[in-house]
Design a binder for this molecule. Structure first.
Ligand SMILES: Cc1cc2nc3c(=O)[nH]c(=O)nc-3n(C[C@H](O)[C@H](O)[C@H](O)COP(=O)(O)OP(=O)(O)OC[C@H]3O[C@@H](n4cnc5c(N)ncnc54)[C@H](O)[C@@H]3O)c2cc1C
Ligand SMILES: NC(=O)c1ccc[n+]([C@@H]2O[C@H](COP(=O)([O-])OP(=O)(O)OC[C@H]3O[C@@H](n4cnc5c(N)ncnc54)[C@H](O)[C@@H]3O)[C@@H](O)[C@H]2O)c1
Length: 492
C-alpha cells in the first residue's frame, strides 16, 4: 500500500471536482483528484456536450426552414450518421487525453481508482488490479462524485435492458421506435433529438412535461413535440415492461400499451454515494449529501461531519443539478478552502466572495428543446409558495419586432417575476426559438438586484429579440397593451 499527503483531496474528476482542484492550486495549496472512470465526468462524455451536439443540427435546420428563401435552399433531411460523427467529436471520442493534459498543466495530481473515505481526512483509493493508495488530506476532503440515472422499480423494466441517458447520448444506431419514460429535461431533450433524427418517439411521464418550469413553457414544448409527431402520454404511469421478439412493451396506468424498439429511462438522478465509505463518518451510503452554506457536509441534525473537514459540491449535494452551478460551487469552495488554510475566514455573507447565493436566488437553465426554454430564479409558482409578494408580467414574444424578423410565424412567450416589495426582478422565463442567449441579461438583473426602474435605462437594440425587455417593462407600467395588442410591433 502506498501513502500520499496533499493539502486537499477531491473524489471525482467531473467538471465540479476539476474546478475545486483548480481553485485550490491557484490558492497555493496542493491537490489530488481521484477518478475511477474518465477524467471530465458525465458532462463531457454522456451529458451536456454530446446531447447538445445531437440537437444542434436540427435546430439550425428549423431556423433555416422558418425563412422563405433560406428554407427553399434546404432540400434534404438530416443525415443521422453525420450528426453522430459531430456528436463523437463533441464527446472527444470518449478520450480523456485532453482533460488529463489540462490537469497536468494546472498542477493537479491525478490518482486513478475508486475513492472511499476510510477515516478522518483519509481517502483510500483502490485501483482496478486491487492495489490501494491511502491519500491523506492536511485541510479538506471534497466529495464531487456526481449522480447517475435513477431507474424506478417498475415491474419488468430492469429485464428489458433499458437505456439511460448514457446509452442515448452515445447512441450509434437510431432506433425506428423509441419509448421514453420521464418528461423532465432529459426526456424532453431526447424526444426532440431522436424525433429529429428519424425515430418515432413515444414519451410517458407521470407529471406534466418539464414540471420544473413555468406551465406556459411546458405547454409550448408539448405542443411543438406533438406537432413534430411525438406521442405524449402525460400524467400517466408505466406499470409494467416486457420484451417480446425484440420489441419492448410498456403497460400504462390508463390501460394503453406502448410498443417500441428501445426504451429510455429519464426519471431523475441518484447520488453516487453508495460505495464511498460514508458509514465511516456516520452518514448513510446511497443518500444525497446535505451541506450547509459553506458546502460543508452535515448530518441529519445539521451538524458538520467531524470538525468540518468534509465538503460536497456539484450534483452529489442536490442543490442544483447543472454543470455551471456545480462549477460555481467548485470555484467558491476551492477559494474558501485556500482562505481557511491561510487562517482567514471566507466571506459567506449573501453574494459574498465565497457564498453560493446564486444557487438559491439566480439558478440558470437552458433546456435545448425546440422551442428552447431559458429560465433563471424563481417561477411565479415557486415565488408565491415562498410567500413572496410578487407581480407577474407576461408578454407574447411573437409580438416583438426582432422575433418576427428572426423567423416567420415566431411563437414564444416571456415572463418576469418581480418582487413587489423591493421592486427587483426575482425570476425570468422565456420559451421560443433561440431564446437561450436572452438569459444572461435576466441573470445579471437578478444577481445585481437591479431596481426595475433602472432597467428602463438598459435600452435594448432595435430590432432584436431582446426588445422583449422593453415590452415587459412597458406592460409592467401598464403602457403597452393597446399599442401591441398581440401583433408584431414593427414600428419600434
Ligand atoms: C443527459 C444529460 C444532459 C445534461 N445536460 C446538461 C446541460 O446541457 N447543461 C448543464 O449545465 N448540465 C447538464 N446536465 C447535468 C450535468 O451533467 C451535471 O450537473 C454535471 O455533470 C455534474 O457534475 P459533477 O462534477 O458534480 O458530477 P459528474 O460529472 O458526474 O462527475 C463525477 C465524477 O466522479 C467520478 N466518481 C464518482 N464516484 C467516484 C469514486 N468513488 N471514486 C472515484 N471517482 C468517482 C465519476 O466517474 C465522475 O467522473 C445533463 C445531465 C444529463 C444526464
Ligand atoms: N439542458 C440542461 O440543462 C439539462 C439537460 C439534461 C439534463 N439536465 C439535468 O439532469 C437532471 C436529470 O434530468 P431528468 O430529466 O432525468 O430528471 P427530472 O427530475 O428533470 O425529470 C424527471 C421526470 O420523470 C418523471 N418521472 C419520474 N418517475 C417516473 C415514473 N416512474 N414514470 C414516469 N415518469 C416518471 C417526472 O415526473 C419528471 O417529469 C436534471 O436535474 C436536469 O437539470 C439538464
Amino acid at each position: 500500500m502506498t501513502e500520499k499527503l496533499f493539502d486537499v483531496v477531491i473524489i471525482g474528476a467531473g467538471p465540479v471536482g476539476e474546478n475545486v482542484a483548480d481553485r485550490v492550486v491557484q490558492g497555493g495549496l496542493t491537490a489530488a483528484i481521484v477518478e475511477h472512470e474518465l477524467v471530465g465526468g458525465e458532462c463531457s462524455y454522456w451529458a451536456c456536450m454530446p446531447t447538445k451536439a445531437l440537437l444542434r443540427d436540427a435546430a439550425a435546420l428549423r431556423a433555416a426552414r422558418a425563412l422563405p428563401a433560406a428554407g427553399r435552399t434546404v432540400t434534404g433531411d438530416l443525415d443521422p450518421a453525420t450528426v453522430l460523427a459531430r456528436r463523437d467529436r463533441f464527446a472527444s471520442n470518449w478520450s480523456e487525453s485532453g482533460q488529463v493534459e489540462w490537469l497536468n498543466h494546472a498542477g493537479i495530481n491525478l490518482v486513478r481508482g475508486h475513492g472511499r473515505i476510510t477515516g478522518t481526512r483519509t481517502v483510500t483509493v483502490t485501483q482496478t488490479d486491487g492495489t490501494t493508495t491511502t491519500v491523506q488530506a492536511r485541510h479538506a476532503v471534497v466529495i464531487a462524485t456526481g449522480s447517475s440515472a435513477h431507474v424506478p422499480p417498475i415491474r419488468g423494466l430492469a429485464d428489458v435492458a433499458p437505456w439511460t441517458s448514457r446509452e442515448a447520448a452515445a447512441v450509434q444506431n437510431i432506433p425506428t421506435r423509441l419509448a421514453i419514460i420521464g418528461g423532465g429535461v432529459v426526456g424532453s431533450e431526447m424526444a426532440t433529438a431522436f424525433s429529429a433524427l428519424g425515430s418515432q418517439v413515444t414519451l410517458v411521464s407521470q407529471s406534466r412535461l418539464l414540471p420544473g418550469v413555468e406551465p406556459f413553457a411546458s405547454d409550448q414544448v408539448a405542443t411543438a413535440l406533438r406537432t413534430a409527431g411525438v406521442s405524449l402520454h402525460l400524467d400517466v404511469e408505466v406499470t409494467e415492461a416486457h420484451r417480446d421478439s425484440g420489441a419492448v412493451y410498456l403497460a400504462l396506468s390508463d390501460g394503453a400499451t406502448v410498443e417500441a424498439d428501445e426504451v429510455l429511462v429519464a426519471t431523475g438522478r441518484t447520488p453516487k454515494t453508495k460505495d464511498l465509505g460514508l458509514d465511516h463518518v456516520g452518514l448513510t451510503p446511497g443518500d444525497w449529501l446535505r451541506v450547509d452554506d459553506a458546502l460543508a457536509v452535515v448530518d441529519d441534525g445539521g451538524d458538520r461531519v467531524g470538525d468540518g473537514w468534509l465538503y460536497a459540491a456539484g450534483d452529489v449535494n442536490k442543490r442544483v443539478l447543472l454543470t455551471h452551478h456545480g462549477k460555481y460551487q467548485g470555484r467558491a469552495l476551492g477559494d474558501a478552502i485556500a482562505v481557511r488554510a491561510r487562517g482567514e475566514e471566507p466571506d459567506l455573507s449573501p453574494w459574498g466572495r465565497h457564498a453560493v447565493t446564486a444557487d438559491e436566488r439566480a439558478a440558470t437553465q437552458v433546456i435545448f428543446t425546440d422551442p428552447e426554454v431559458a429560465a433563471v430564479g424563481l417561477s411565479a409558482e415557486a415565488a408565491a409558495a415562498a410567500g413572496r409578494n410578487i407581480r407577474v408580467v407576461d408578454y407574447d414574444l411573437g409580438a416583438v419586432a426582432g422575433a418576427a424578423l428572426h423567423a416567420d410565424d415566431y411563437r414564444g412567450q416571456a415572463r418576469m417575476v418581480v418582487d413587489a416589495d423591493r421592486n427587483i426582478l426575482i425570476g425570468f422565463t422565456a420559451v421560443g426559438p433561440d431564446v437561450a442567449e436572452l438569459l444572461q441579461a435576466a441573470t445579471i438583473a437578478i444577481a445585481g438586484e437591479v431596481p426595475v426602474d433602472r432597467l428602463w435605462h438598459a435600452v435594448p437594440a432595435y430590432p432584436t429579440i431582446s426588445e422583449i425587455w422593453l415590452r415587459l417593462l412597458e406592460t409592467d407600467r401598464g403602457s403597452s397593451a393597446v399599442k401591441d395588442s398581440g401583433r408584431a410591433d414593427q414600428s419600434g
